[in-house]
Write a protein of this length. Sequence first.
Length: 264
Amino acid sequence: MSYFKNKVAWVTGATSGIGEHLVYAMAQAGAKIAISSRRASELERVQAACPKPEDILIIPLDVTQIETFPQVSEKVWNHFGQIDILVLNAGISQRSLAKETQIDVDQRLMAVNYFGVIGLAKAVLPYMLKQQSGQMVVTSSVMGKVGTPMRSAYAASKHALHGFFDSLRAELKNDNIAVTIICPGYVRTEISINALTSDGSKHKKMSPGNANGYTPKEFAAKAMKVIAKRKEEVYIGGKEIMAIYLKRYLPRLWSYVVTRIQVT
């Protein structure tokens, strides 16, 4: 894709699932990329798997450590001299009833999925304003548009992203900076395995929905087209995407359906 050639992208959550395969797709398309996650050894693995490892900058990052964002953003800027695409992909899911979920679990989900995301966006924004160009790509979820049982804090964190980035998009209308929100349905990643339960421990199970969803490579191919077109908001998934339209156009029917579906 010519859109990505010689562009500089920065991808968080870059060592697994959607993030990892977006790195490969962008690298194959000619982008130079900063890759971030907490595990340096996994970042090295992803770097080595790219066609030109010398074009991949490893930036270890814990998205809950917001105080480090200005420093690491400056490092990316100084290394490449530009930041064209920021892919805000790091996140964690949930598998627990609201009434049983400890409040510190809700706080952790918000820290990773919301504050970590907007914090990095705010750290990078001055550089995009300086160059008067750029694109922020936000990985939301179908849960960013609806709520289902066992996902209360996760849905809340993703809903919050839409509010923030819809507002930011409007504020940047004259600055040549796009905001693209991508809402995945089921993707065959470890997100359900790593999801937090009521006490903060991992779920350790692959949900049937995820097991039968798009592969990360398939999803990344679709996401690349969306990013290249600088679309505002898109939904990528199977029949689970219909939940968004039911909620929007037939809210009473959705209220009936959501209490009767089996959520895993």
